[in-house]
Design a protein around this ligand. Structure first.
Ligand code: URA
Ligand code: SF4
Length: 184
């Protein structure tokens, strides 16, 4: 089956998914968007309010920061693939619970299998823990890890730079470093 076809089936599965409680409160599931042949992916936590309304990842305040950081690294967001660990919005933007992450993670793993990226940038603690099983974003950020033959690079979640402006510069330079490595 073609990647397009398999991804279309994945979209259908997510649209009708009821594997965890988040299906009850979501407006629109957010599958992800970007190129199916993207060289690298960005993985966030879960949709927020704006994402839940539009059905698109990273279109709110955190999304603007991610989009800006990509642009400052010379990349348009259409060139990459952007998604989240959890596809439905947790009420009030609370952190997804461990059972919600376990229920949803197979969809992300399937997306990674289909897109076959060279690298994955993990945005924040939830993505770091879901993929690498690590706990501290402060310690793990800015380093390349090898995972299933893919270069995995954790950094802060862009939303963290709203509450802690001192992280903004680090976030922007991390994104730049990740992009450079992918283009090398
Ligand atoms: N925060 C995330 O983790 N993902 C989004 O898509 C938007 C905000
Ligand atoms: Fe299914 Fe994931 Fe949505 Fe839970 S968050 S209902 S597992 S798509």
């Amino acid at each position: 089956m073609s990647v397009e076809r398999e991804l279309a089936e994945l979209v259908n599965a997510i649209q009708s998914c009821r594997k965890c409680r988040l299906h009850k409160t979501r407006r629109m599931p957010v599958v992800g968007e970007g190129r199916l042949d993207a060289m690298y992916m960005f993985v966030g936590e879960a949709p927020g309010r704006e994402e839940d309304l539009q059905g698109r990842p990273f279109v709110g305040a955190a999304g603007r920061i991610l989009t800006d950081a990509l642009l400052s690294a010379g990349v348009a967001r259409e060139e990459v693939y952007i998604t989240n660990v959890v596809k439905c919005r947790p009420p009030g933007n609370r952190k997804p619970m461990p059972d919600e992450v376990s229920a949803c993670l197979p969809y992300l793993l399937e997306q990674i299998r289909l897109i076959r990226p060279m690298g994955i940038c993990l945005l924040g603690q939830v993505a770091l823990n879901a993929i690498l099983g690590l706990g501290s974003i402060t310690r793990a950020r800015g380093r390349f890890f090898e995972w299933k033959g893919i270069k995995v690079f954790p950094t802060y979640h862009p939303a963290a730079t709203i509450y802690r402006p001192e992280l903004r510069e680090i976030f922007f330079s991390d994104i730049k470093r990740f992009v450079r490595k992918m283009q090398a």
